[in-house]
Design a protein around this ligand. Structure first.
Ligand code: GLV
Length: 421
């Protein structure tokens, strides 16, 4: 559900169809053409992105990453779709993440030689082709049979950092091999330390240099959209589930060799800053915290020797905070003061969105749902096209705004539009 003041593109299209139906059916307007003719007149004037997407026959046909959404929805079982697409409660935070970018404008500088633009971005000693990275998303074989491997191959082709979820459906060793550059591992801790330690050792042995601890959902959540839609999916997907749709997912290889009896795998309510200290001591990997959105917690990260932060609200899937991550980013960046990198995710759908986040101090920007749309629609080539489109858009934005390198994208390249009231 979108905020009433900011209807989503889907809603606008629905309203338009309703209005056209009303016009076509109106007895007073004998001269009104039939619905199909009215529709085609509207489509001719439709904004880019609205005209394609439903019938993508090849990833190359996509003009923007949103085009993959409808294409993927057609192919992915509805319960799996809902698991990924939904937020929590009324989905306001999920939608706010994207919509908040509309209230930030660009301040391009003109007549700057725009040749030789470089998006190269260094993170912990590895240089990537762009600052756009792949966020952890669980259970990727629910969206395409090749799951995390297809994503790794696409990330490799596009010089992109990939973060693998604890809830991966492919072995971390196999994903690391397919990626070819250092794979980061996202950690959901277990209430049982022995099991958690086993996962850490395994990620280390697979060559992961960075551990990303998710902290925004330690007690559970209310994924209403998912729960509603999953009721409409009556198939028993025994490939994925032990019981009815939505029950425990089989085949989470990170739990191999761990006794999961009585463990949820996602929530660990007792986790606190002491736990962070313990984790930091327990691994040689760099430790990043994902899921912070306040200056107070950012300061604590620095005090506890955390190596980096991902400002995130889990794609609006943890708590309905009603605050977009791009609105939280500046206070975290200010609190950290260049001591550790601050990355951000949530709602990035355009190169211009990425540019705005970089201008507000992000070192790199993560995407989640868009690459899953690419994966669900076409597998590896879909993910590649999603990355290619975002990279192309960011490159073009940098060139048109007078910025040659990522470091040139400074705070003065953006401004905040006045609130409406
Ligand atoms: C996993 O991290 C999820 O959001 O479902």
């Amino acid at each position: 559900m979108s905020h009433p003041l900011f209807p989503s593109k889907d809603q606008i299209l629905r309203y338009r169809r309703e209005f056209l139906k009303f016009l076509a059916a109106s007895p007073c307007l004998a001269a009104v053409p039939p619905l199909e003719v009215l529709e085609s007149m509207f489509w001719q004037n439709a904004p880019s992105g609205a005209t394609v997407g439903n019938d993508l026959s090849s990833p190359k046909d996509a003009l923007d990453v949103m085009d993959f959404e409808a294409a993927a929805k057609k192919k992915i079982p509805i319960a799996h779709w809902a698991y990924m697409a939904g937020g929590v409660d009324d989905d306001y935070t999920r939608d706010a993440n994207h919509e908040a970018y509309r209230h930030i404008y660009l301040r391009p500088r003109r007549l700057v030689d725009a040749t030789g633009i470089s998006m190269k971005t260094e993170l912990f000693g590895t240089v990537y082709d762009s600052p756009i990275f792949i966020c952890p998303v669980g259970e990727q074989k629910a969206f395409h049979p090749e799951g995390e491997l297809a994503v790794a191959r696409a990330a490799r082709a596009k010089g992109t950092l990939q973060i693998l979820s604890t809830l991966t459906t492919t072995r971390v060793e196999d994903v690391a091999r397919a990626l070819g550059t250092p794979l980061w591992f996202q950690l959901y801790t277990l209430t049982d330390w022995t099991g958690t330690e086993k996962m850490i050792r395994r990620a280390e042995a697979a060559g992961c240099p960075v551990l990303v601890l998710t902290v925004d959902n330690t007690t559970g959540r209310n994924p209403e959209t998912y729960q509603r839609l999953r009721r409409t999916d009556t198939r028993n997907c025994s490939m994925c589930h032990e019981g009815e749709p939505g029950s425990t997912v089989n085949g989470r290889p990170m739990y191999d060799g761990i006794d999961m009896t009585g463990l949820n795998g996602r929530t660990n309510p007792a986790m606190d800053w002491q736990y962070v200290d313990k984790l930091k001591k327990a691994t040689r990997m760099k430790l990043l915290i994902k899921g912070l959105d306040t200056r107070e917690d950012a300061q604590l990260c620095v005090q506890h020797g955390v190596d980096g932060i991902i400002v995130s609200n889990h794609g609006g899937r943890a708590t309905e905070t009603d605050r977009a991550t791009i609105d939280a980013l500046p206070e975290v960046v200010e609190a950290v003061g260049n001591r550790i990198p601050v990355l951000v995710d949530g709602g990035i759908r355009r190169g211009t969105d990425a540019f705005k986040a970089l201008a507000l101090g992000a070192t790199a920007v993560g995407i989640g749902r868009p690459y899953i749309w690419g994966l669900g629609a076409f597998g590896q080539t879909g993910v590649e096209r999603v990355l290619e489109l975002l990279q192309k858009e960011l490159h073009q934005t940098m060139a048109n705004c007078g910025t040659h390198t990522i470091a040139d994208i400074k705070r003065d390249r953006v401004g905040f539009a006045k609130p409406y009231f």
